[in-house]
Design a protein around this ligand. Structure first.
Ligand code: ASN
Length: 329
């Protein structure tokens, strides 16, 4: 018998209409009643929290991870029902917080609440159960609209459609439909580089570059943050003419604050040395994040900084593939 634990956290999947708009309110026992019973699978349910995922913050990721760890022995697989708006962040965060976890953890949610006509929730529940109970894989995955994605690679790319999530810069792990799973990609094995840790340092900031950005914001960042992520242009470039941003990167680096450089472009990652506008960023100390997505970088940087603030170690860890988050830097 496969023992599967469903942990509910809120989201549209558990939402009902209120006078203030949709809000999570469905009891965990009601939510779990929508799963179809499968021979050889025993479902249990626990409510962890009842939040629109917009209200989810790093402390919530830790709470979910601790709940899963507390039940590690008793269950073969875990399904976490979750709001979609920040599910990509939570999936990445759980991938790090549960580093080395030897059972599958599957996040899912929906675009339309359970119980409403046209809901995608029932399908996503069934598919997540199919994957959770049939896969031999370990670690964190996101199941949505018939596709299984690595937890560190799933990004919400649509606000309304059923196919709301895409696996960015990484193959889909499997497709799932009507109780059947078709494996599509076997993730390459990773050698563990760290001992598992559940500490997060939340003093992290994401700065999106735009034409007209001025460098003075870096004074605030240097005084208040332990790590900064810059969503640069294209292949990793930042302006060095007129409103020159390079001294900002130098200032943070000199203060021992890691500056992680990612790109605003969703697909194909970056190549920071390709252009002068990127090479100057790297020379100033910018740490390239290759083809990682921002959701994963935010969670990974908090997790890495929770273990060390030593700049060179942070650089090495950020550029080390963990939970399939990175193919190149
Ligand atoms: N589809 C959803 O779940 C959206 C909702 N606002 C949430 O993230 O909780």
């Amino acid at each position: 018998m496969k023992e599967v634990l469903v942990l509910t956290t809120g989201g549209t999947i558990a939402s009902t209409k209120t006078e203030n708009g949709l809000a999570p309110g469905l009891a965990a026992e009601v939510l779990v009643s929508y799963f179809e019973r499968r021979p050889g699978v025993n479902l249990s349910v626990e409510n962890v929290m009842s939040k629109d995922s917009t209200n989810m913050q790093p402390e919530d990721w830790v709470e979910i991870a601790e709940r899963i760890q507390a039940h590690h022995q008793a269950y073969d697989a875990f399904i976490v029902t979750h709001g979609t708006d920040t599910m990509g962040y939570s999936a990445a965060a759980l991938s790090y917080l549960l580093y080395g976890f030897d059972k599958p953890v599957v996040l899912t949610g929906s675009q339309v609440p359970l119980g409403m006509a046209e809901t995608d929730a029932v399908r996503n529940l069934h598919d997540s159960l199919t994957f959770a109970s049939q896969t031999d894989l370990q670690g964190v995955y996101l199941v949505f609209n018939g596709l299984v994605m690595a937890g560190t690679r799933a990004v919400k790319t649509k606000s309304k459609s059923y196919d709301a999530f895409e696996s960015i810069n990484y193959p889909y792990i499997a497709s799932v439909s009507e109780g059947n799973m078709v494996p599509l990609y076997q993730p390459e094995p990773e050698t563990p580089v760290l001992t598992p840790s559940i500490n997060l340092d939340t003093k992290v900031f994401v700065l999106k570059a735009f034409p007209g950005l001025t460098v003075d914001i870096f004074d605030y960042l240097a005084a208040n943050m332990h790590g900064v992520i810059i969503e640069s242009f294209g292949n990793g470039g930042l302006p060095f003419e007129r409103r020159n941003i390079i001294p900002g990167v130098e200032k943070l680096t000199a203060a021992g604050i890691p500056v992680i450089i990612t790109t605003q472009i969703l697909e194909e990652g970056q190549d920071i040395y390709l252009y002068e506008v990127g090479k100057r960023v790297a020379d100033a100390g910018g740490i390239t994040a290759g083809d990682m997505n921002t959701e994963a970088i935010v969670a990974k940087l908090m997790w890495v900084l929770g273990q060390t603030r030593q700049l060179e170690t942070v650089r090495t860890l950020m550029q080390t593939p963990i939970a399939h988050d990175l193919d190149f830097v």
